[in-house]
Design a protein around this ligand. Structure first.
Ligand SMILES: Nc1ncnc2c1ncn2[C@@H]1O[C@H](COP(=O)(O)OP(=O)(O)O)[C@@H](O)[C@H]1O
Ligand SMILES: [Mg+2]
Length: 369
């Protein structure tokens, strides 16, 4: 069988550029070379795409110096053209069978990149435009989960423009509606950037201001004393759930540094919880992924209150961390699907979804009989 040409697209313009590189290198190592020819595409911090030359030898420098490429957004099916900057012309170069986008954060997992990949008519791993955008927007994700009768912490949404005009009345309102302490988050964020815990009225005012720097919408929810448990989801419409994992951050909460710089953050896989709770989390995870129409993969994160054992869905991550030590691949390894097989399945799901979509009718309805 001919090998599939996989485009591993990584880097990107978000704060998670470096994390994305580490994830992509882990995937590159685990992809089965009997089945795939891999093309590395590094998106630099300015958003330009560079196609790695064959002799890149793993050097990011050499990839960055490689000629810039663009994806033709004209349904020619995954064709990358080289760009000659001097003359501003493009010439055809390489066609990809499937793209594995591993660019975290804004622009990479919020539906924007997925939109480009749709226009180019190339299969890609993970959720589509709408679901990616919904999973990224904590406010809309909560609205949909709530309307599907799934447990989310009560929250207040505020427009950043309102906060800039004067946040004082909001401080009072939040204090009344939710009672402190609370968590304040930019609606579209990741890696805990712009997120803080507000203990009192003074810190709440600061937290609101801080979050408003990152997005035009801010959400506030009650802070709970909770265990952080996570379930990995794999599949398209009929997805399955992994064993649960637990995160034990050594700091106040699972902030940016705890996520990427602090070796002491511990992942316990599988989480030590009663089978009944495991079952409950798996069921809620599948229902959440279904409600938000996730495809291929997602990671569902829970907060389980220590005192009451109340379970809350904190968020879904359409593009979870993918380094070899990351929760998502480790949860599947523990559930019996090793890294390489997981990648095979994600690529299969991407191609399955694409072939279903291209078969939908797009023309005018047939004439009435
Ligand atoms: N309501 C909350 N109560 C307690 N801790 C929270 C709450 N919301 C978030 N956290 C903590 O903050 C971290 C980051 O918040 P999260 O909503 O997951 O944002 P991100 O998308 O940046 O990961 C969580 O992993 C958890 O440690
Ligand atoms: Mg999170």
């Amino acid at each position: 069988m001919a090998k599939l040409r996989v485009g591993l697209l990584f880097g990107g313009r978000s704060v998670e550029h470096q994390v994305s590189i580490v994830s992509a290198m882990a995937i590159l190592q685990a992809l089965d070379r009997q089945k795939y020819d891999v093309s590395l595409i590094l998106v630099d911090p300015e958003g330009r795409w560079h196609l790695a030359p064959n002799d890149h030898g793993g050097s990011l420098e050499s990839i960055l110096q490689a000629p810039e490429v663009v994806l033709r957004a004209d349904a020619s099916g995954g064709r990358l053209d080289q760009v000659d900057r001097e003359r501003s012309i493009q010439f055809g170069d390489e066609t990809l069978d499937v793209i594995f986008p591993i660019a975290h954060g804004r622009g990479g997992e919020d539906g924007a990149l997925q939109g480009l990949l749709e226009l180019a008519s190339v299969p890609y791993v993970g959720s589509g435009v709408l679901s990616s955008a919904l999973q990224m927007d904590k406010d809309l994700a909560k609205q949909i989960l709530k309307s599907a009768d799934l447990p989310v912490l009560p929250w207040v949404t505020i427009r950043s423009s309102e906060l800039k005009r004067g946040g004082d009345q909001w401080v009072e309102k939040i204090n009344r509606q939710l009672s402190l302490p609370v968590f304040v988050k930019p609606a579209n964020s990741g890696s805990s950037v712009g997120i803080s815990r507000a203990q009192d009225v003074a810190s709440l005012a600061l937290s609101l201001k801080e979050a408003a720097y990152y997005d035009d919408k801010v959400i506030v929810e009650r802070a709970v004393d909770a265990r952080e448990l996570e379930i990995a989801i794999l599949g398209n419409e009929h997805c399955k759930a992994s064993v649960p994992g637990e995160i034990i951050p050594r700091h106040d909460f699972y902030d940016y540094h705890a996520k990427y710089q602090d070796e002491s953050t511990e992942l316990i896989i599988p989480a030590e919880i009663p089978p009944s709770l495991t079952k409950k989390l798996q069921d809620l995870a599948i229902r959440s992924a279904t409600a938000l129409e996730a495809r291929g993969m997602t990671r569902v994160d829970f907060l389980v209150e220590r005192e009451t054992e109340n379970v809350w869905i904190n968020e879904l991550n359409s593009l979870p961390g993918f380094t070899s030590g990351s929760m998502y691949p480790r949860l599947w390894a523990e559930s019996g699907i090793p890294f390489g097989t997981l990648l095979d399945q994600l690529i299969d799901f991407a191609r399955e979804r694409h072939s279903q979509r291209v078969n939908f009718r797009t023309g005018a309805p047939p004439a009435a009989l």
